[in-house]
Design a protein around this ligand. Structure first.
Ligand code: SAM
Length: 267
């Protein structure tokens, strides 16, 4: 398998590879599929949630291109299997530039393979919890002009940043550096709408992710709303995944998502 880097840890599942499996991708191993099966048995909605999340991501990117955004920084981008940001953005507008950032070597390695020959997109291995370092990264700066509006995507990514590491400070670490007219695209799991049965199933999901390098956290709607502090949410605001400008009858009643603009005069 030429997409497998030499330095990966195959003794435990990976959040990125489990997510790839839930999306129907092929960049995962039996250890990931077994962990995913345990999670899915305890919480059958997980696959639907992941697919609804990816659909939100695609709709948000289309919206942003339609509203003049030409630069995308996709943090915690995952394995670029199905419906990548660059496919959507560059499909709608030639010259859109995209940098994918992930901590997972397979996500980045595979990203680089599929982006070979695409001068306007790349994949960088970095830790999204360090905004200053990500924004100073040479490859990020080679493609993205921080003096022009850009979209930062943190889609299903902050589940992996515990409260103790101040995920709200991480988000503002990016937005503070960006010019007015930039956007934040964010989705996040919440358990507020779960039934008792779903809550107990989710405990198993949490245990499964404890085995990966990325233990999972879900947050309340208020905690998710705090990620958008100081920004202007575009309609319909902070809503469930399936309620953000839906283009199909997809239903997923949990999670929250939104797209918000950094206010202020543009350049
Ligand atoms: N954003 C994609 C989407 O919504 O379709 C993928 C989401 S996937 C659930 C979360 C991704 O975040 C995984 O690929 C994981 O490797 C990555 N991740 C977790 N912690 C990270 C960190 N500290 N820095 C960068 N990426 C991270």
């Amino acid at each position: 398998m030429d997409w497998v880097p030499e330095d990966i840890d195959l003794s435990r599942p990976s959040a990125a590879r489990m997510y790839d499996h839930f999306l129907g991708g092929s960049h995962n191993f039996s250890i990931d599929r077994e962990a995913a099966a345990v999670a899915e048995q305890a919480f059958p909605g997980v696959r639907l949630a992941v697919q609804a999340n990816r659909s939100f991501l695609r709709r948000a990117v289309k919206y942003l291109v339609d509203n003049g955004i030409r630069q995308f920084l996709d943090l915690g981008s995952g394995i670029p299997t199905v419906g990548n940001v660059h496919e959507v953005a560059q499909g709608k507008c030639c010259g859109a530039r995209v940098v994918y950032v992930d901590i997972d070597p397979i996500a980045v390695g595979h990203g680089l393979r599929i982006l070979a020959g695409n001068p306007d997109a790349t994949s960088v291995r970095a830790d999204l919890r360090d905004p200053a370092r990500v924004l100073e990264n040479r490859e990020v700066r080679a493609l993205l002009d921080l003096d022009q509006p850009l979209a930062v995507l943190m889609v299903a990514a902050l589940h992996f940043v515990p409260d103790a590491e101040n995920p709200w400070g991480v988000v503002s670490g990016y937005l503070d550096r960006l010019v007015p007219g930039s956007y934040l695209v964010l989705s996040h799991g919440t358990n507020e709408d779960f039934s008792d049965e779903e809550n107990s199933g989710f405990e198993t999901v949490r245990e499964v992710y404890q085995r990966t390098a990325s233990p999972i956290v879900v947050r309340t709607e208020d905690e998710v709303a705090k990620f958008f502090a100081g920004l202007e949410l575009v309609p319909p605001g902070l809503v469930r995944l399936s309620d953000w400008r839906p283009d199909s009858a997809e239903q997923w009643k949990s999670w929250r998502c939104g797209v918000a603009r950094k206010p202020g005069p543009i350049g």
